[in-house]
Design a binder for this molecule. Sequence first.
Ligand SMILES: [Zn+2]
Ligand SMILES: [Zn+2]
Length: 137
Amino acid sequence: MNQIKGGCLCGSVRYESSQAPALSAVCHCSHCQKQSGSAFSTNVVVPAAGFEVAARTLATFYDTGENGLSVKRHFCNQCGSPVYTELESNPGVVVVKAGTLDDPSWVQPHVHMWRGSAQPWVSVTEGTVCFERNPEA
Ligand SMILES: [Zn+2]
Ligand SMILES: [Zn+2]
């Protein structure tokens, strides 16, 4: 099983999941671009049930998704790393920022979301599943 274990840049926020990841996906939405300070975020979706966080410095930005439902973007208030996100639209999962994994080498995103707002220089491997915006729930 791919190990889901990681944390923020300074190490004050640590997490792990006892469950296997359900999906790896890239998101090109404007909010992920802003929060990551980059062109997109790379995410690993894990079941909320087996997800545990040990955090002294966790902070939350209360964002809103396109559907009007809440998106809780959790980050470290000491080093600023975005760490994971909880979606009101999908409470059964937690969306972990793949760059915070201790070992992200196995991550292979199969899905690209918000392809419509991707930066023009970003190329997507042929055969990858793409959604112009959010996938239909
Ligand atoms: Zn930190
Ligand atoms: Zn996004």
